[in-house]
Design a binder for this molecule. Structure first.
Ligand code: KIV
Length: 293
């Protein structure tokens, strides 16, 4: 059952059909924020993944992921930083441009990194404009509730679609004192609901809910007309987002509780690298087939 109580449309195999993606494939264009609004009206859930490079993004685009996020999680999952705080606008623009070049159908959303939008609506507009002009993304994402509504308004009024992000906002990890569930207790829950409503009123086209109790995420989803995108926020959201390295089993160590590991990419790559090394040492690679004369 979908969140609105209707059964999602089924494909020939009886599997739920990814109509959002198929719709965009059929028209030969990228998914738009309007497509996402219509999906919410239909009660159709959709998947979102992070992507940080052209080749991986191309795989996800072909696999039918309608929205890809060049998250600032690139900092710790791609660039080797220990959290999202240090990543720069230049670094994320380079990665975003690669993801745009590697895809043709997914809507590409880029994170505005820490320090690139908090000072003022003008700063947010200048940074957001760079992502659209230099990287070619279709939308930007920023973290925060009522404290960033003026930034959201400025971006949307200038023609830049904004995905909001509340609950756990990793850029504020130093203030939050760690990566903890947010919105527990009546007071915190009311604050989160008020943030969500304010962001919708400011013009955001979707809102990420990170590490929020499932019941609260469900309430936000029912309250808002724009889609909610959950990560560690239960099954009641309109969409789900995962960091691709968690989803595909590339992240070292245990995946976070909110993630599901759909493959063992780390294991597969390790085995491939070991087998290659062994073949080079033994002389089994290259063969005549791999050589030129
Ligand atoms: O940067 C990121 O990957 C994110 C998602 C976790 C939503 O913001």
């Amino acid at each position: 059952m979908s969140i609105s109580g209707t059964v999602p449309p089924a494909g020939a195999s009886g599997e739920p059909k990814l109509t959002l993606y198929n719709g965009s494939t059929g028209t030969g264009r990228r998914v738009t924020v309007r497509d996402l609004a219509l999906a919410k009206q239909r009660g159709e859930r959709w998947p979102m993944l992070t992507a940080y490079d052209a080749m991986t993004a191309g795989v996800f685009d072909e696999a039918g992921i309608p929205v890809l996020l060049v998250g600032d999680s690139a900092a710790d999952n791609h660039l080797g930083y220990s959290n999202t705080v240090p990543v720069t606008v230049e670094e994320l623009i380079t990665l975003s441009a690669a993801v745009v070049r590697g895809t043709s159908r997914s809507l590409i959303v880029a994170d505005l990194p820490f320090g690139s939008y908090q000072s003022s609506p003008r700063q947010a507009l200048e940074t957001g404009t760079r992502f659209l002009k230099e990287a070619g993304v279709g939308a930007v994402k920023l973290e925060g509730g009522r404290r960033v509504v003026h930034q959201v308004e400025a971006l949307v009024q200038a023609g830049i679609p904004v995905m909001a992000h509340i609950g756990l906002t990793p850029q504020s990890v130093n203030v939050l004192g760690g990566y903890r569930v947010q919105g527990r207790g009546d007071e915190e829950a009311e604050r989160l609901l008020a943030d969500a409503k304010a962001l919708e009123a400011a013009g955001a086209f979707a809102v990420v809910l990170e590490l929020v109790p499932a019941e609260l995420a469900q309430r936000v989803t029912e309250l808002l007309h724009i889609p909610t995108v959950g990560i560690g926020a239960g099954a009641g959201c309109d969409a789900q987002v995962q960091v691709w390295t968690d989803m595909a089993g590339m992240t070292p160590g245990n995946a976070p509780k909110h993630a599901k590991k759909y493959a063992d990419m780390r294991g597969v790559l390790t085995e491939a690298a070991r087998a290659y090394a062994k073949d080079v040492v033994s002389g089994a690679f290259p063969t005549a087939e791999n050589s030129f004369h």
